[in-house]
Design a protein around this ligand. Sequence first.
Ligand code: GDP
Ligand code: GDP
Length: 438
Amino acid sequence: MSRKPIVAVVGRPNVGKSTFFNRIAGKRISIVEDTPGVTRDRIYADCEWLTHQFTLIDTGGIEPSSSDVILSQMRDQAQIAIDTADVIVFLCDGKNSYTTADEEIAQMLRVSKKPVVLVLNKIDQYKKPDHFYDYYSLGLGEPVMISSVNAMGLGDLLDDIVKLFPNEDDMTEAEESIKICLIGKPNVGKSSLVNKIIGENRVIVSEIAGTTRDAIDTPFEYDGQPFVLIDTAGLRRKSRVNENIEKYSIIRTLTAIERSDVCFILIDAEEGITDQDKKVAGYAHDAGKASIFVVNKWDLLQKDNTTFNEFKRTIREQFAYMPYAPVMFVSALTGQRVMQLLEQAIYVSNNHALRISTGVLNDVLNEAMALNQPPSDKGKRLKIYYATQASVKPPTFVLFVNDKELAHFSYIRYLENQIRKNFNYEGTPILFSVKERG
Ligand code: GDP
Ligand code: GDP
């Protein structure tokens, strides 16, 4: 399986990052959007250009008040981009020559050796400004001129960007390894759990294993199964980037999720479930990854024989959109059930990749429709001609119907439940794509 390339946009405040982002961003369809507590900041978007799909990240942060804040913030942005992106778009204000802050960022980007496209925005007319040639001194090659407001030059720019994507082979990560990321709010125990897992298992020392990126992902083996722990960039090396800017930790989380198969969503047993936990879980769900709720610090709770079920029930209530994710109670401190977590990861990862035949699928759906008739509206009833599983990771089903409008969410949800009853999709979201066939 190959992951999508990540493109990060970096630039000073007001150069037009948001405008650019909104021009390029496609629309992401998500069930979670209706879920209270899961509002998404406009930080990332799934995009498509020609045959290429990629994730676009806007690293622009909070409104800085003074120029030294701008500079430190720009360093953080650039560091995030360097840590996570495959291609960096460095956006400058083409109305003027570059500034000291631009110079500094250019220097960081150059040293990183990441592919960078230098872009002069706000060139609203097709005319090279006099200061165009100044930008060559940034040492990032020929600047590309665009106008985000007038949508000029964007196609050529996208052509340049996709040319810089890593080739398919580099993007295809070792198939047999299960890639796991640990996500959750600060202090929930991510580093502790990573260290516990790595400490107890054979770490595979190999240049080739794992990934081609420079993040410090750790390949290891448990019970004959190779795994890779995806580093949430800077989890174990204490990061240089300002941890207090929530946006940056979100970007880290998102890119780690993007690169993984299975997400361990950590929850603090003592603190209980917070809004931040819901956001994090929503990202994993939206990305279509297999997930496991990992309630950590279980050692800290005074338990009686109802504690376990009570906690589980609260999780089901609070994360109603993820009824498929198993719940595990662990302690990174004592190691309790930590290895069982890896067994669960193997299990949900297999389910994430489960493919069922069209024949068997249609038998199940026909039975489901006989049991509970499809909805009708103004005398017209939904007809599902047939269904097929189009892909895995996550399992995605295409339903061919007479009229899309009639395929209400609640009925699709019913079909999903019937599929789940008949096949083992525990741990993975299931997606549906409804298509009309006359
Ligand atoms: P950000 O702070 O980098 O995200 O910048 P914004 O996207 O918020 O844009 C800052 C200002 O520049 C806004 O007033 C935009 O309308 C304007 N702007 C953005 N792109 C262009 C452009 O291509 N041409 C012109 N003339 N103005 C632009
Ligand atoms: P991170 O910020 O999510 O990486 O969290 P850390 O791994 O740094 O853990 C934060 C704090 O929680 C540290 O003081 C850990 O020792 C503590 N901690 C982590 N896991 C457990 C656990 O299972 N039980 C207890 N009692 N403390 C834990």
